[in-house]
Design a protein. Structure first.
Length: 370
C-alpha cells in the first residue's frame, strides 16, 4: 500500500477493503440462502450500507498497526484488511441506526436503509405500516452488521494473542458510540445543549470511534502496548474532534450534490452541535448579541426548512461568529494532533513512515468537502 516515494496508495487500500467486505458478505449470503428471498434482500441492503465512503476508520486501523509493525507479510496484510473491514461494518451499523433515529431520508445520495425497506413494503402492497416495517428492518440490519463486525475482527486471521486485546478495544468502542448516540438523542429531546455537553456528544458519538479507537485496534493487533496507545490518543482524540467539527460544518454548509444530504440537514434534524452551541451563546450573551436571531435559530432547529430558511439560518450563524470560531478550533486541534504525532515519531513509539501517512490522513479528514 506504500509506494516507492513513500506516499500511500489510498485508492488501492480502499479497493482492498471493498473487496474484503464483498467477499465477507458473499460468505454470509451463502449461509443465509436457506432463509429464502427475504434474507437475500437483507444482504442486498447490507451491501448498499457498506458501499462507498472514504474508509477513514479502516485507514486509521491499518496505520495504527503499521505504526507498531511497519512491515507486513502477504498473509498479515490480508488479515489486517479483514480487521479494517470490521471497523467499516461497525460504521455502517451505526449509520443504519443513526439514520432511523434522525428520520434521515438519504445517505450518500441514496435512500437510507429504513426508507429503502419502507419503499419496498409500499411497492409490494404488503399489510401493515410501511414505515414500521422499514424501521424494524433498519434496526435488524444495524444489529446484524454490528454482530458481523465482531465476527470479522475475531476471525481476521491474526493470532489470538493480539486479536484478544484488539477485541477489548472494540468492545469499548461500541459501548462509547452507543452511549454517545443516546446522549445525542437525549440532548435533542431536551432541545438544549451547552458547549460542554455538545463537545461530550461529539467526542463519544463520533471522535473516539472514528479515529482514536481504530488506531488503538490497529496498534493492539500489532502487539503495541499501553505507551503506544497513549501516544496514539494524543494524536487521535483531538484529530477525531476536529474531524467531527468539520462534519458539523458540512451538515450546515455542505453542498447536497457532494454530501448526498439535503441542504442544512443538521438544522432540519435539530442537531445541537458545537457550532449551534457557539452561535446561541454568542447571540444571547456575547458580542454579537441578538435575541431575535437567537430565538429564530433555536425555534427553527428540528423543523421542516426551505432552502431560503436554511440560507437565513446560515447567515445568522455566520453573523454570530460561530462558523469562524469552529474553523479556528479545527485548526487548533489539528496543530495539537500533529504535534503529538511528531513527538511520537521522534520518540520511536510510531514508525516514521506511518507517521508521514498519518499526517496526510490528518489533512484529509479535516479539510474534506464530504
Amino acid at each position: 500500500m506504500v509506494i516507492a516515494d513513500g506516499s500511500w496508495d489510498d485508492a488501492s487500500f480502499r479497493a482492498g477493503v471493498d473487496a474484503t467486505l464483498t467477499l465477507f458478505l458473499d460468505e454470509q449470503a451463502q449461509g443465509l440462502l436457506p432463509l429464502g428471498p427475504d434474507a437475500v434482500r437483507l444482504i442486498d441492503e447490507a451491501r448498499t450500507a457498506v458501499a462507498g465512503g472514504k474508509r477513514f476508520r479502516a485507514a486509521f486501523c491499518h496505520w495504527g498497526f503499521r505504526a507498531v509493525r511497519p512491515t507486513l507479510s502477504e498473509a498479515d496484510d490480508a488479515a489486517l484488511l479483514r480487521a479494517c473491514g470490521a471497523l467499516e461494518l461497525l460504521h455502517a451499523s451505526a449509520l443504519a441506526h443513526d439514520d432511523l433515529m434522525d428520520a434521515s431520508d438519504t445517505r450518500r445520495g441514496r435512500p437510507s436503509s429504513h426508507r429503502a425497506l419502507e419503499g419496498e413494503h409500499r411497492t409490494a402492497g404488503w399489510r401493515g405500516d410501511p414505515g414500521q416495517y422499514g424501521a424494524a428492518g433498519a434496526i435488524l440490519l444495524g444489529d446484524l452488521m454490528q454482530g458481523w463486525a465482531d465476527e470479522l475482527l475475531r476471525r481476521c486471521g491474526l493470532g489470538w494473542e493480539t486479536v484478544g486485546p484488539a477485541l477489548e478495544v472494540f468492545d469499548l468502542c461500541r459501548t462509547e458510540v452507543i452511549a454517545g448516540q443516546f446522549l445525542d438523542v437525549s440532548v435533542q429531546a431536551r432541545g438544549r445543549a451547552d458547549l460542554d455537553t455538545a463537545m461530550t456528544v461529539l467526542r463519544y458519538k463520533s471522535a473516539k470511534y472514528s479515529i482514536e479507537r481504530p488506531l488503538h485496534v490497529g496498534a493492539a493487533l500489532a502487539g503495541g502496548g499501553g505507551d503506544v496507545r497513549v501516544a496514539l490518543t494524543a494524536f487521535g482524540l483531538p484529530l477525531g474532534e476536529a474531524f467531527q467539527l468539520r462534519d458539523d460544518l458540512l451538515g450546515v454548509y455542505g453542498d447536497p450534490a457532494t454530501t448526498g444530504k439535503p441542504a442544512g440537514d443538521d438544522l432540519v434534524e435539530g442537531k445541537r452541535t458545537v457550532l449551534v452551541a457557539h452561535a446561541l451563546d454568542a447571540l444571547r450573551d456575547g458580542p454579537a448579541s441578538d435575541a431575535a436571531a437567537a430565538d429564530l435559530l433555536d425555534r427553527s432547529l428540528g423543523t421542516p426548512l426551505t432552502v431560503d430558511d436554511v440560507d437565513r439560518l446560515r447567515e445568522v450563524i455566520d453573523a454570530s461568529g460561530a462558523h469562524a470560531r469552529v474553523e479556528t478550533t479545527i485548526a487548533q486541534l489539528c496543530d495539537v494532533a500533529v504535534s503529538a504525532l511528531e513527538d511520537a515519531v521522534a520518540s520511536g513509539l510510531v514508525d516514521d513512515r506511518a507517521g508521514a501517512v498519518l499526517h496526510g490522513l490528518a489533512d484529509a479528514v479535516t479539510q474534506r468537502v464530504v
